[in-house]
Design a protein around this ligand. Structure first.
Ligand SMILES: NC(=O)c1ccc[n+]([C@@H]2O[C@H](COP(=O)([O-])OP(=O)(O)OC[C@H]3O[C@@H](n4cnc5c(N)ncnc54)[C@H](OP(=O)(O)O)[C@@H]3O)[C@@H](O)[C@H]2O)c1
Length: 184
């Protein structure tokens, strides 16, 4: 069965977007140092989940990088569709969509793209298996937090990967007695 993974890049002080909801601070590093690693991660992804704010950022960029993988966008609004993307707009508790999300991944992993507000709901519901956190060598002083869970959660470090330029990926498993088993 696939795992549910929140793969994300954050500043060293724990923000995934700055106060203005911008990612320039992240994009300035480029992708060269990470591309092969990222491609290997994506190769095991069968489906994705995305919050409305993250989807709006992708819309603005105008570049759809997820192929024909099924993507569920969590939103209360009627957002524009991206042509060619395999999209479904959903709303409500993430647990309500858990079965369909995992089924759509077809045995591969579910990538919770973010942002933090959506990923935290998966963690709070006991439905997040792993956090892959690429820690960038910068502090922002404020912005959108990486994982604003409703309570403290223990993480178990599984692997670290260093990248040229000073970024470090910390791969964690989420711990906790409330970890749910995904529906079959
Ligand atoms: N650094 C990185 O690697 C990285 C990765 C991902 C995202 N980002 C950035 O992070 C920022 C956004 O992160 P964020 O945490 O603020 O927001 P987010 O999780 O992307 O989106 C939050 C919004 O999604 C909708 N939503 C969330 N849960 C829902 C639910 N259960 N049902 C229905 N709608 C739901 C709500 O919008 P509505 O009610 O308005 O529909 C909510 O305000 C963006 O700038 C994005 O580009 C960075």
């Amino acid at each position: 069965m696939g795992r549910t993974q929140y793969y994300v890049a954050a500043s060293a002080d724990g923000y995934i977007a700055d106060r203005e909801n911008h990612l320039d601070w992240l994009l300035q590093y480029g992708f060269e140092a990470y591309q092969d690693h990222f491609d290997a991660f994506v190769a095991d992804v069968g489906a994705l989940a995305m919050g409305a704010s993250t989807y709006e950022f992708v819309l603005e960029q105008g570049d759809w990088a997820y192929g024909d993988r099924p993507v569920r966008v969590f939103t209360h609004r009627d957002l524009p569709r991206i042509e060619g993307a395999n999209l479904e707009f959903v709303e409500g508790p993430v647990a309500r969509h858990a079965g369909a999300l995992l089924a759509s991944a077809g045995g591969r992993n579910l990538w919770v793209v973010g942002g933090g507000r959506l990923a935290a709901q998966f963690a709070d519901a006991g439905l997040l298996d792993e956090l892959w956190l690429t820690c960038m060598p910068i502090v922002l002083g404020g912005g959108h937090p990486v994982l604003p869970t409703s309570a403290a959660r223990d993480l178990r470090l599984q692997r670290t990967t260093h990248f040229e330029g000073g970024a470090v990926e910390l791969r964690y498993a989420l711990e906790g007695p409330d970890r749910q088993v995904w529906p079959e």
